[in-house]
Design a protein around this ligand. Structure first.
Ligand code: DHE
Length: 553
């Protein structure tokens, strides 16, 4: 469990704002929490502080900071929480649901007292989101090593294009591991709950984005990996991407980065080498197909085109895909494409022309033709698709296929992406051994004959620790592998090495336990290396430099 020793900045602000907005009057008292004689729920000021902190950390990602719902349903009193009552809410929080709600109580992430607190918090009105301005971003910006003082060539002889950045989520760290030797060559302190890493377009830098919106720029050319700059885009963020285009319209390699904010809902463009904030654009707007104006319109996945100076920015609650032309950063060209609501994660097809993204609460995959700036297709796949970036294989009969798994049911869906009969439809479904969904990621590599799938959010403890290998030609599950007993935790996220003959998997435990990053031989499907040591705690996503630069998955 992540325990905050201090309140997260947003929790502090939400608490302050609660006081200011008078929400407290409805449900917050100075002392003696629980329930009024008339049955209304009341929380003390201290309980409200603590509940805001817990809610932000464990619930806001899926249900929204304003609790209006997204991947998970609305948690507003008028929508359902009053009807569910404290007892019903406690049951959900403790046991989770087969649809993908984690079993926070059974996992031990929340104790009984915390579950009771959150169940009551969900029955009082939600807080208001404060602004996070350009001035705030400028105040948070730090350059530790100016660009002119950075090395112009690698200061080591390592094969840095095969480095892996491993997120040590609850440690607030990122470890850099040499993919050839499997040595850990540096640990950098990135801060609260890093979510993902992306590389610069040259691969020389890693960017990390924290759940607190903090960006860390890590130089891989120094003798040991070094933090050269830091910035902050919002109180809460999940995505970061670099400008990758180099062609007739200009050379934008490593010129800009973009960060997608969950709270506030905006995206911010920074200088890619210094992290100076340059431009901020709000994403709130009308929800697709309705008159509802959505204040919380969070930015989910962002990818960079290699063919145009464009980012594909997915706005979750409105269901709009924004194509952001960054060739003039002071005058961004933005096309908004209406697609489906609750956009979450996705990746490129094999050709790099089409972007496929899950509208997860609508059980759909949306296909955007980025070259022609239009919606190409919307495909019904299954309950709560969760592709990560998906996986691309070339099949002898079907042609190019892009794959997604599902959180809410036991199914991998194979979507045909190449022209011809059946294009943009599910041409094959694969059911994994054992009941239930809980799949988070799928991965393959052009040099591999395999697709790998994990299942960390399944309710069954054995399936959480299993990995499933599918043959790219027969499309059958050919092997199930499990995490060795000595490591407690779930198997999560796969990443190939540069050569495409190894698959790296994190064993996601708690902060108290040393676990491992496991390296499997992709030919023999056997465990090859166990990267472990006192520093390996709560590894989650891990990213290979070369594959991230070139969008290989
Ligand atoms: Fe993620 C990708 C959001 C929980 C690990 N996750 C993404 C993306 C989004 C997202 C929008 C796409 C980013 C992109 O490509 O630009 N994730 C969210 C949430 O809102 C959610 C559901 C809840 C939350 O509060 O954050 C959530 N994510 C998790 C986890 O619990 C995971 C397993 C571990 C962790 O970090 O806490 C997790 N998410 C990842 C990883 C990726 C990711 C490893 C990138 C996959 C890749 O291969 O690119």
């Amino acid at each position: 469990m992540i325990m905050w020793t201090k309140l997260n900045p947003i929790a502090l602000i939400l608490v302050a704002v609660l006081g200011l907005t008078g929400c407290g009057g409805a449900g917050v008292e100075e002392s003696a929490g629980a329930q009024n004689a008339d049955g209304t729920i009341v929380l003390t000021g201290a309980e409200m502080d603590r509940a805001s902190e817990i809610y932000f950390k464990t619930c806001a990602g899926c249900h929204g900071t304003l609790r209006k719902g997204a991947t998970g349903p609305s948690l507003l009193p008028e929508a359902r929480t009053s009807l569910l009552t404290t007892a019903g809410l406690k049951a959900f929080i403790t046991n989770g649901t087969p649809g993908g709600m984690p079993d926070w109580g059974r996992q031990g992430v929340l104790n009984e007292e915390e579950i009771d607190l959150i169940a009551r918090f969900l029955q009082v009105p939600p807080p208001v989101i404060p602004p996070y301005t350009m001035d705030d971003m400028k105040a948070a910006w730090k350059v530790y090593v100016p660009v002119e003082e950075r090395p112009t060539e690698p200061q080591h002889n390592r094969n840095w294009e095969n480095f892996f950045g491993v997120v040590l989520r609850d440690m607030g760290q990122v470890a850099i591991v040499d993919g050839d030797t499997k040595e850990q060559i540096g640990i950098v302190n990135t801060g609260f709950a890093v979510h993902i890493l992306r590389t610069s377009s040259t691969g020389r830098y890693f960017y990390s984005i924290g759940r607190d919106g903090k960006i860390t720029l890590i130089d891989l050319w120094t003798e040991t990996p070094t933090i050269v700059a830091e910035g902050k885009a919002s109180f809460d963020a999940r995505s970061i991407e670099v400008s990758k285009y180099n062609g007739p319209k200009g050379d934008f390699t490593d010129k800009y980065i973009i960060v997608g904010g969950y709270t506030p809902s905006h995206f911010v463009i920074f200088d890619a080498l210094t992290l100076e904030p340059l431009t901020v654009v709000e994403t709130k707007g009308k929800a697709l197909g309705s008159e509802e104006f959505v204040e919380e319109a969070r930015v989910a996945a962002i990818v960079a085109s290699h063919k145009d100076p464009l980012w594909v920015v997915n706005v979750k609650e409105t269901g709009m895909v924004w194509l952001v032309d960054y060739s003039d950063v002071n005058n961004l060209g933005i096309s908004q494409i209406p697609t489906a609501r609750f956009l979450h994660d996705g990746g490129w097809d094999k050709t790099g022309q089409y972007f496929l993204v899950a509208a997860n609460a609508e059980n759909k995959i949306v296909v955007v033709d980025v070259d022609n700036k239009k919606l190409e297709a919307i495909i019904e796949t299954g309950k709560t698709p969760h592709p990560g970036r998906g996986a691309n294989v070339v099949h002898s009969k079907f042609g190019n296929l892009w794959i997604t798994g599902h959180l809410g049911e036991n199914k991998l869906s194979f979507i045909k992406t190449s022209p011809g009969d059946g294009r943009w439809s599910v041409v094959k479904e694969v059911v994994l051994p054992g009941d239930g969904g809980g799949n988070l990621f799928v991965k393959t590599h052009p040099n591999s004959k395999h697709i790998w799938a994990d299942r960390p959010l399944n309710n069954n403890a054995d399936l959480q620790r299993s990995l499933f290998v599918i043959d790219t030609e027969t499309l059958e599950v050919i092997k199930t592998l499990t995490v060795p007993d000595k490591y407690a935790g779930r198997a999560v996220h796969m990443e190939y090495n540069k050569g495409g003959d190894e698959v790296w998997v994190s064993v996601w435990g708690t902060k108290e336990e040393v676990t491992a990053v496991l390296v499997f031989d992709d030919k023999t499907l056997t465990l090859k290396n166990e990267i472990t040591g006192d520093w390996v705690r709560t590894p989650t996503g891990h990213f290979n430099v070369y594959n991230t630069v070139h969008d290989i998955y």
